[in-house]
Ligand binder design. Structure first.
Ligand SMILES: [Ca+2]
Ligand SMILES: [Ca+2]
Length: 337
């Protein structure tokens, strides 16, 4: 379907590798610039409706009033696969006399230009209401079967975690500097009918540092650490690792931190705003991030107070030059909420 001021073209699948063009319905008699169509059952009656995108005019929603034929829909929920089950392939088997008919649908995140179909998987069944089975091939490659489901309903199917399944994964949060607690959260997926062990190595020395599921850890030295989480059960092992860049919690050498006339507040700041205030006129302010990246530089300030908003969270170094020529650097933590 892709045209400019010409009717929509609509073809019916005859089921024998041929198609028949539909020429009389309203859907194909309206002129427009149609560049996308999304199919989905918006009103939940089991019949696929069509939303047609018109570049130059109004979009149009065509409700399928149905034919009395049977149908079945599946709403899939990935558990070890992605949540929307994108990439799943679903097979439906029906017997017709001696013949077994197999139909297949693939769940995709796109279906054509500028369009996305309903994420429910839809099968039209014609007049045959008896389904032998439905087979779901999840994106993670295992297969789940449903035997003899009833037609004319939407089945909600959550992915069953495969037997003994293990998939290690974790996330990290906290200010990544020495001396601060960093929390490691396992979001591993596994078959919980097996006993699962957790082994964390925070510094890649091969020595396990924690056997908790989601521990805390404090680094005393800066460096880049290869953090790994190995999870295991009686059937296997799964390991996930990622790098963590731990910085020193104090300012780089050579920057004086003996605060005097300059105040930086609030510190820590829950928001991303800080105020720099001095008893003397401020000439110039530069704010640096943890890795020496410049986050902010003022022009000539020429007053005793400067409010700064930063699109950044973490530790910053505020370098202030006063009119008297005194230069000071203050450490602050912002955006901690
Ligand atoms: Ca419908
Ligand atoms: Ca270790």
């Amino acid at each position: 379907m892709c045209s400019t001021d010409v009717p929509v073209e609509f073809f019916i699948n005859n089921g024998d590798k041929t198609f028949t063009e539909v020429e009389s319905e309203e859907l194909v008699s309206t002129l427009g610039s149609y560049y996308g169509v999304a199919l989905g059952d918006y009103n939940g009656d089991g019949y696929l409706d069509a939303l047609v995108a018109n570049v130059e005019g109004s979009n149009a929603l065509y409700r399928n009033t149905g034919s009395g034929n049977s149908w079945v829909q599946l709403k899939l929920e990935g558990v070890v696969s992605n949540y929307a089950a994108i990439g799943a392939r679903v097979y439906l088997y029906q017997s017709s006399g001696e013949t077994v008919i197999r139909k297949m649908r693939e769940l995709a995140s796109n279906s054509g230009y500028s369009s996305l179909n309903d994420l429910r998987v839809h099968f039209g069944l014609g007049e045959n209401t008896s389904i032998d089975s439905i087979e779901i091939h999840w994106p993670e490659a295992h297969v789940q079967k449903i035997y003899s489901p009833t037609a004319n309903q939407t089945l909600e199917v959550a992915e069953v975690i495969p037997d003994a399944y293990l998939q290690s994964h974790f996330s990290i949060s906290g200010v990544q500097i020495t001396g601060e607690e960093i929390s490691f959260t396992s979001n591993s997926k596994y078959d919980d009918s097996y006993e699962v062990s957790f082994a964390w190595d925070f510094n890649d020395d091969g020595v396990v540092d924690s056997e908790e599921e989601s521990p805390m850890y404090v680094y005393t030295e800066p460096g880049v650490f290869d953090v790994s989480l190995e999870i295991s059960n009686s059937e296997g092992i799964s390991t996930f690792s990622r790098f963590l860049d731990i910085e020193l919690s104090q300012a780089p050498l050579g920057l004086g931190l003996e605060a005097s006339s300059i105040k930086v507040y609030p510190n820590p700041s829950e928001s991303r705003h800080i105020t720099i205030e001095s008893e003397e006129t401020i000439e110039h302010v530069v704010i640096w991030g943890m890795s020496g990246n410049k986050l902010f530089e003022s022009g000539k300030v020429d007053r005793k107070e400067l409010k700064v908003s930063l699109n950044y969270s973490g530790v910053v170094f505020v370098e202030t030059l006063l009119q008297s020529g005194v230069k000071e650097t203050h450490k602050a933590v912002i955006g901690i909420k």
